[in-house]
Structure formats: C-alpha cells, structure tokens
Design a protein. Structure first.
Length: 171
C-alpha cells in the first residue's frame, strides 16, 4: 500500500470516528465462520444504508438514492461500496456533485445537449491519476472532450455549492 493510500485511510478513519460512526469490515458483509478484519475507512453496510452517513449533504444522499434505485442492463456498479466505503471514487462524485444534481434549477431544462466532456477529479497527491490522465489525453484526437483537475483546484474555484465545499474539505 502506498503512503498516499495509507494517509487517506487514516484521514477517513479519523473523520468516521470524529462523527461517531462505527467501524466497517472487510469483507463488507461478514460471513459466519469466515475471517473478518475491521477497517477505519469503512462503515458497516446496513448502518451506512440506513443512515446515509457516507454522504455529506442531503442533496448528495438524494442523488445517490435516485441513481442507485435504477439498475441498467449490463451495469457494473458496486452498490455496497457506494454506501459503505469512505474512499470509493463514485461516493466522492456524489458528494462533490450531488447537490448540483439535486437542484433542478441548475439542470438543463431544454433536454438538448450539443456537447459533453469527460472529467476526472483526483486528489493532488494522487500522482498515479495525474499520469493516467496525461496518458489518456495523449490518445485523444480532440482534447476538448476531456478535462482533468485536482480536487484542490475544484475546491479553490468556488464552483461547488457553499454547503458542499466545507464538508468536502473536512472529510
């Protein structure tokens, strides 16, 4: 495990503890008679589903519930980790953008889209993601379809709703 990942696990465990949430396990759902280890960066699955504790705002929780209630054909989406793993990327995405998704006034009312961009947001210290983004960009014929930025850049830009940003910073 990298030093970066150890730091993240430690920080998430401290956040979980500071907010009074119980320890989760590996595996997510323990099986009787099988080995279990506790993880500070996880919540117990049933607790996480009941409380929505992995989500930082009501808008993030609402967007998560809406998206996870729909199962698409051949979908590859791990619902258990979404709810219980404090370090899972899709959970961060809901925490970052859930308030925007829940605010219907910010949504495009026309229903017609003429442009899309794939965006990657990663922590500044995650050099593996930065390198992967640079490699991906080198394969593109049209770079305007892709953007990458650090989580710190996103937070510094003031692009997120006012109630979201301090909660992301704390976590």
């Amino acid at each position: 495990m990298t030093a970066f990942r150890r730091r993240l696990r430690y920080r998430q465990g401290r956040w979980r503890d500071a907010h009074g949430h119980p320890l989760g396990t590996q595996p997510l759902v323990p099986r009787e008679g099988k080995p279990v280890r506790f993880l500070g960066s996880r919540l117990p699955l049933e607790y996480a589903r009941e409380t929505g504790a992995n989500f930082l705002t009501p808008g993030a929780l609402e967007a998560t519930r809406a998206r996870s209630s729909v199962v698409e054909p051949r979908q590859s989406f791990e619902h258990q980790r979404l709810w219980a793993d404090l370090l899972w990327s899709p959970t961060l995405a809901f925490n970052l953008f859930g308030d925007l998704a829940a605010d219907r006034e910010l949504a495009d009312q026309s229903g017609t889209w003429t442009f899309g961009r794939y965006a990657v947001v990663h922590p500044e210290g995650n050099v593996d993601f930065a390198e992967a983004c640079a490699r991906y960009r080198s394969f593109l014929a049209d770079e305007t379809t892709f953007a990458s930025l650090t989580l710190e850049e996103l937070l510094g830009a003031g692009a997120l709703p006012k109630k979201t940003e301090p909660r992301i910073r704390e976590r």
